[in-house]
Ligand binder design. Sequence first.
Ligand SMILES: Cc1cc2nc3c(=O)[nH]c(=O)nc-3n(C[C@H](O)[C@H](O)[C@H](O)COP(=O)(O)O)c2cc1C
Length: 273
Amino acid sequence: MTDQRDALTARYGVGDLELKTDLPPLVDMQTRGSCRVFKTESLPDALLNSLAATALASPTKSDLQQRDILFVEDPALRTWINSLFPDMPWIVNAPHFVIFLGNNRRLRQIHQARGHDFANDHLDAFFNSAVDAAIAMSAFITAAERMGLGTCPISALRNHAQAVSDRIGLPKYVFPICGMTLGQPVYPARISPRLGLSHTVHRDRFQDDTILDGIAEYDMRRNKTRPFTSQRNTDRFGKQEPYTWSEDKARQYAEPERADFGDFIRKIGFNLS
Ligand SMILES: Cc1cc2nc3c(=O)[nH]c(=O)nc-3n(C[C@H](O)[C@H](O)[C@H](O)COP(=O)(O)O)c2cc1C
């Protein structure tokens, strides 16, 4: 078993929060990482169904159950999905592709069937179903990793939200929150360092007075163990040394992405006010 103190240090740096390092049941979750290289073997249907059953046992707001899981099985559909992501070859080699859906339609169907007005046609309807679906995806990932499987969420699926929705027959008020690759990993997961816990765990009152120092510390620490292997958009921003996490994220969000997602969500019926 990985030494828990070493794993937490690899993830968060030395840090100034007191942590328990004798909690073996948490080691797997603390040392997890996304998987982008998969064995070709498929998983049995019953295992896929069991992972879905585990994911959907996770908490759901007001027991409303506003999320669904769609397994992509048709080879033609899978080939089409793969073709959407020429820059992400790890999607092609994954034996399974799963789509997590927010579903606010069912609640509206219940209202119609029960003859009660739906009096909550505002942002919360979208938000609750998106959060519910994200919780299910997180639980699916944890369950899959506990079974020794690898996963990688694919939010890039939402770059094609309308086309994907049309292709998989999503009606109004049902939307993809994320795709996910799934299969047996070729390599053990690697720990991806995170910001120091003293900057992301708060007590009683939010404070970020020292966050820029925290980011600088994280940039340096991350470059020692998980340096970036390529630089984003060098045509626009040039090459930079050292190339850091904060530079990468600033470059990423210097480019518009999914600016049409709000329009898509409104088009499928949601009132976002
Ligand atoms: C909501 C969500 C969407 C993501 N979308 C993508 C994606 O489109 N493509 C990808 O390669 N990884 C994606 N990821 C994986 C993240 O890049 C990964 O979780 C992050 O780099 C941290 O690495 P780790 O999971 O190994 O700790 C996504 C993760 C989440 C939670």
